[in-house]
Write a protein that binds this ligand. Structure first.
Ligand code: C5P
Length: 222
């Protein structure tokens, strides 16, 4: 496809989502939050009583996921068959189930076409774990963000606090390390940088500094 894509991959808590959303706004391009699709599939599976072991059912569910993203005030709204589930998919339960389902090859396969269909003119910013390696291997610009687990736990803690949720930083760090391990060790599309990805360590950087670096790469390459 001639339509440009910038992929932004990395583990959770590195600021992928925020960076991707600001970049899409700055370029006036489409946005794909692929993690939201795994969370939606997890929510649908939980509601239907489908377990991660039921691979064939998960694949069918993934292929017929009735999702719509709507630009809201600030954050985008996520609709599942017309129902606003923006908040529900952000819970820890849904995140944990999403990461288990994400290890099931059929579930990943079932979401491929839906993700590719987001590639529409004038361009797409796609964030996730395997955007540059599996879904858009021909993307002209691939970014891989990292940050130390301690820093990511602090960022997550701050986010939760803003939502009025009290959490323990040490426990968050353990949970983050656990999810990293599951994402890195699965056999289908493990979390790893594409060979041609530009790596940015964001531990010491603000969101605006990350965005500036990515924007200058976009100007250089596209
Ligand atoms: O990014 P987010 O935390 O919303 O993603 C939820 C889960 O979905 C992740 O923990 C990861 O296991 C999975 N995921 C994935 N591939 C993607 C995006 C998300 O495996 N492209």
């Amino acid at each position: 496809s001639d339509i440009p894509v910038v992929t932004i991959d990395g583990p959770s808590g590195v600021g992928k989502g925020t960076t991707a959303s600001l970049l899409a706004q700055a370029l006036d391009w489409h946005l794909l939050d692929s993690g939201a699709l795994y969370r939606l599939l997890a929510l649908s599976a939980m509601r239907a009583g489908v377990a991660p072991e039921e691979e064939a059912r998960l694949e069918t569910m993934a292929q017929s996921l009735a999702v719509r993203f709507e630009a809201g005030e600030g954050e985008q709204r996520v609709l599942l068959a017309g129902e606003d589930v923006s908040r529900e998919i952000r819970t820890e339960d849904c995140g944990t189930m999403a990461s288990r389902i994400a290890a099931v090859p059929g579930a990943r396969r079932g979401l491929v076409k839906l993700q590719k269909d987001f590639r529409q003119a004038p361009g797409l910013v796609a964030d996730g774990r395997d955007m540059g390696t599996t879904i858009f291997p021909d993307a002209p610009l691939k970014i891989f963000l990292t940050a130390s687990p301690a820093e990511r736990a602090l960022r997550r803690h701050k986010q939760l606090k803003e939502k009025g949720i009290d959490a323990n930083v040490g426990e968050l760090e353990v949970a983050i390390a656990e999810r990293d391990r599951r994402d890195a060790e699965r056999s289908t599309s493990p979390l790893k940088p594409a060979d041609d990805a530009v790596r940015i360590d964001t531990t010491e950087l603000s969101i605006n500094q990350v965005l500036d670096r990515v924007l200058s790469l976009v100007k250089e390459r596209l």
